[in-house]
Every structure is written in C-alpha cells, then in structure tokens.
Design a protein around this ligand. Sequence first.
Ligand SMILES: Cc1cc2nc3c(=O)[nH]c(=O)nc-3n(C[C@H](O)[C@H](O)[C@H](O)COP(=O)(O)OP(=O)(O)OC[C@H]3O[C@@H](n4cnc5c(N)ncnc54)[C@H](O)[C@@H]3O)c2cc1C
Length: 305
Amino acid sequence: MPQQKSKKLYTKQSKTLRPVSEGAEKWMGVPIECLDHGFVYLVDYMGNDQSIVEAARVSYGKGTKTVNEDRGLIRYLRRHWHTTPFEMVEFKFHAKMPIFVARQWIRHRTASVNEYSGRYSEMLNEFYLPDAAVLKKQSKSNRQGRGEELSPVQQKRVLEVLKNDYERSYLNYQDFLSEDVNLARELSRIGLSVANYTQWYWKINLHNLMHFLKLRMDPHAQHEVRVFAEAMAKILKDAMPLAYEAFNDYVLESMQLSGLERKVLSGNKWPMKEKKAREVIVALFSNKRETEECVEKFKTLGLIK
Ligand SMILES: Cc1cc2nc3c(=O)[nH]c(=O)nc-3n(C[C@H](O)[C@H](O)[C@H](O)COP(=O)(O)OP(=O)(O)OC[C@H]3O[C@@H](n4cnc5c(N)ncnc54)[C@H](O)[C@@H]3O)c2cc1C
C-alpha cells in the first residue's frame, strides 16, 4: 500500500460558511493508487461550480439563477476562453510518483509545489518497476512514443535488469549513509535512478489544472504521467461536475482545424477514399507529419473511408 496520510485527518465534522462541493468532500484524503508505489489524493480545495458562476457575475451583473443557467454560463465561459472565473477555484493534492514522472509534471509552472527533500530525509527504497504489459518497443511513427510489445523473453530480461539495478543502487546508497562513510544525504542519493519515488504537495487553480489535464491525459503523453492525470481528472469530475462537463466537451473531446485543413475540407467533396484523400491533402501540406495528422482527423470525422 502506498505511503499515505491517515484518513482520520478528514473525519472531523467542521462547520463552514465557505462554498462546499459534495463531490470534492467525497475524495478528501482518499488516495487513488497510481503505478506500483504511487498515489494521488485531494488534500484541500477552494470553491465549487457555483464559485465560477459567482465570479462571472461580477463581470456580468445579476447573471444566472438556476442550475441550468449556471451550466449554460459555465459552458459559455469555457467556449469563449473567458478563463479567469475558473482561476477562482483551487485544488491541493498530495501525490507520490517516480522522479522521471515528477520531472515532466514540474514543467507545469503555474502550480505551487512543496517536495520531499532528499537532502533532509532518506530516499525510500521504492522504485518504479513497470508492468510487463507497458514494456513496449520504440514507436516507429512517434519519436516520443511506444509501439509494439516486447516479447516475453525481452520483458523478463528488462525487468530483471531493472530490479537488480534498483537493489544494487539502494544498497550503495545505504552504504554511503552508513557510519563507515557518512557521506551527506544530498550526495549519497546521486546514484539512485529516476525510477526512485518522490512526493509532493501540489496546489493549482482550476484553469491551470485543466490545462495540465489536457496535455497530460492526451494519448501522446507518457503512460506513467497519464495515470496520475487520469486519477486527478476522476476527482475533478466529481468535484466540479459542470466545469468538467464543459472542459470535456470543449477541450478534451474537441478537435481543432487549422486554416489549411478547413481549406482542404471546403475545397473538396467528402467523404472520399483514403488514397485520393491523401493526394488532395498532401498537395496542400508540404509536411509529412501534418499530412498524417490531418488524415487522422478526417478519419475520426468519417470523411475518409
Ligand atoms: C506530450 C508532451 C511532450 C513534451 N515534450 C517535451 C520535450 O521534449 N522537451 C521539453 O523541454 N518539454 C517537453 N514538454 C513540456 C512542454 O513543453 C511544457 O513545458 C509543459 O507541457 C508545460 O506546459 P505549459 O508551459 O503550457 O504549462 P504551465 O507552465 O503550467 O504554463 C501554463 C501557461 O502559462 C503561460 N506561461 C507560463 N509561463 C510562461 C512564460 N515564462 N512565458 C510565457 N508564457 C508562460 C503559457 O501560456 C502556458 O501555456 C512536453 C509536454 C508534453 C505534454
């Protein structure tokens, strides 16, 4: 079981005059397990769907009254990139993840972070050992992605090597820390791999959280960071049902068409066969990757048979 805070912290009933989200309350202090030793749980939050509406009312005067109108307003705000009302809501998570996941995650500069210190405390003997099923070959089409599965023999070999490396490096780490050597913790850790687990508190407003989720739930994002993004999205869906619905509709499930894509769309009769479609698309795009992405979009839209 991943190292986590006691749920007892959250069982005290407290009266508050602040806006409460029943969906968020449900997730307070409840960890969602991620990968082999990781987790994410909601530590605290500020605001609910209504808080977005209330903030927008400052701009729009009297504004809306019913849930239906609230839903319409939230969808309007999301559709038209009126994003500041979404910044009025905040979420604070405690997450534990491998260091290589943390490196991708930390690139999202708009959050406040407080991380476990390997200078102050000992690093834990916890390293990410992937499931065999996620051990895949380098993708042929995407330089950053995975492709076909490894053979069972290759999977076994990779996992054994990783396990041995983790054990050896952690033994060395403990040796450096021992009384014999007494090397400072801040240096003793440098031989540990980026598969070693770290953890942090991560606080972010709803607008930037949605931006993070859009990028890190995308199929192009690395599987290991996607697991955490999907866990937070699960919490968010309950915590902010109206905002999440709008986000899902206008961001996650939406599709952007470039000027050239619109041109090729309006300048031809669709649907058409893939071979012919490729000819008309490639005539406009000089770039192979852009052509492929356009073909994929048109296939999704049912325009290429
Ligand atoms: C699939 C994928 C692959 C990636 N590959 C690489 C890679 O190969 N190499 C690499 O280095 N990174 C890579 N990244 C990281 C990526 O470039 C971003 O750093 C990361 O996604 C954070 O996005 P962000 O800057 O929009 O988010 P945030 O830092 O949260 O910023 C949110 C928004 O605030 C604004 N903003 C924040 N700071 C500034 C600033 N200083 N100036 C101007 N505007 C600002 C921008 O509008 C930004 O979109 C990858 C990300 C993804 C999702």
